[in-house]
Ligand binder design. Structure first.
Ligand SMILES: [Mn+2]
Length: 246
C-alpha cells in the first residue's frame, strides 16, 4: 500500500445538494487535491454517504460529483478503500467495481510498512449497544436487503432521508462521550496487546487521538463542524484538522 495513507470517515455526503452541502464537498475535494499532490492511499472508514443503498442498475445522482472525483484520484494512481458504515453498508456493484479499489463490509486489518492497523467503522462496538447490534443484524441480513430492493427507489430514498437525519452531528452529552472514550480505549488496548500498532474508528465523531501504551487509537471526526482526518506517513499516525492543513 502506497504512503501516505489518509483515513477519513463520517463525511455523510447528503442526498440534497444545498449551499452548505456544496461548501462541505468543496472542502473534501480540496483535500483530494492535496492527496493528488502527495500520492498515496485514501481509506474511507465508513459513513462516507449519508445514505447509500444500491438498487441493481441504478446509481444515486446526488453522489455523481464524488464519483467523478474518485475516478480522477484512481486515474492518478491513488488507491481508494472503503469500510462500510451504518449509513452506507448497502453498497453494490457500482461502488465495488467502479468507485473503490476495495470494499470491506466488516472490520479488518491492514499492514503498512510493518505497522498493523485495526480498522472499524465502530458502530455496535460498545458493550451497552445491545439493541443496535440486533438492529444491525437485521438490516444487514439478506432478507431485509431483498425486501428493501422491492421498494420503489423513490420510497426507499424518502425513508432514508428521514432516518439518516439522526447521524448528522455529534450532539451527545459530554458524559456520554466520556463513557465512549473509556470503552474505546479498553477495546484498543486489547488490540494493542494482540500485536496491533494502531486502531482507527469512525462513527463517534470525536476527532481525537489517544496514546495507549505503545499504540495509538484514532477516533476520527465528522465533516460537519471541524473536518479532520488521520494520516500515516509511513512511520507514524497523526490526526490533522482540515483547516490547518489545506
Ligand atoms: Mn456511523
Amino acid at each position: 500500500m502506497n504512503t501516505p495513507v489518509y483515513f477519513i470517515s463520517d463525511i455523510h455526503l447528503k442526498l440534497s445538494l444545498d449551499k452548505d452541502e456544496k461548501e462541505r464537498r468543496s472542502k473534501l475535494y480540496r483535500l483530494f487535491d492535496k492527496i493528488l499532490d502527495t500520492g498515496g492511499t485514501c481509506i474511507f472508514v465508513g459513513d462516507l454517504f449519508d445514505f447509500y443503498f444500491e438498487y441493481p442498475n441504478i446509481i444515486p445522482s446526488s453522489y455523481f460529483d464524488f464519483f467523478d472525483k474518485a475516478k480522477m484520484l484512481r486515474e492518478k494512481g491513488i488507491s481508494l478503500y472503503f469500510f462500510a458504515g451504518n449509513h452506507d453498508y448497502w453498497v453494490g456493484d457500482h461502488i465495488k467495481n467502479h468507485v473503490m479499489d476495495k470494499v470491506y463490509l466488516n472490520d479488518d486489518q491492514i499492514e503498512v510498512n510493518g505497522k498493523k492497523f485495526y480498522l472499524t467503522h465502530g458502530d455496535g462496538l460498545l458493550s451497552w449497544d445491545h439493541g443496535y447490534r440486533l438492529l444491525k443484524r437485521v438490516i444487514r441480513s439478506k432478507t431485509f436487503i431483498w425486501l428493501f430492493r422491492w421498494l420503489h427507489p423513490t420510497i426507499g430514498y424518502r425513508i432514508a432521508r428521514i432516518i439518516s437525519r439522526s447521524g448528522e452531528y455529534n450532539n451527545h452529552k459530554e458524559d456520554f462521550n466520556e463513557d465512549v472514550r473509556i470503552e474505546l480505549q479498553q477495546i484498543a488496548k486489547k488490540h494493542f496487546e494482540n500485536g496491533f500498532d494502531y486502531m482507527i474508528t469512525g462513527h463517534y465523531h470525536l476527532g481525537e487521538m489517544f496514546l495507549i501504551n505503545e499504540g495509538k487509537l484514532a477516533v476520527l471526526g465528522d465533516w460537519f463542524h471541524r473536518p479532520s482526518y488521520a494520516i500515516f506517513d509511513g512511520e507514524d499516525l497523526e490526526l490533522r484538522l482540515w483547516e490547518n492543513d489545506v
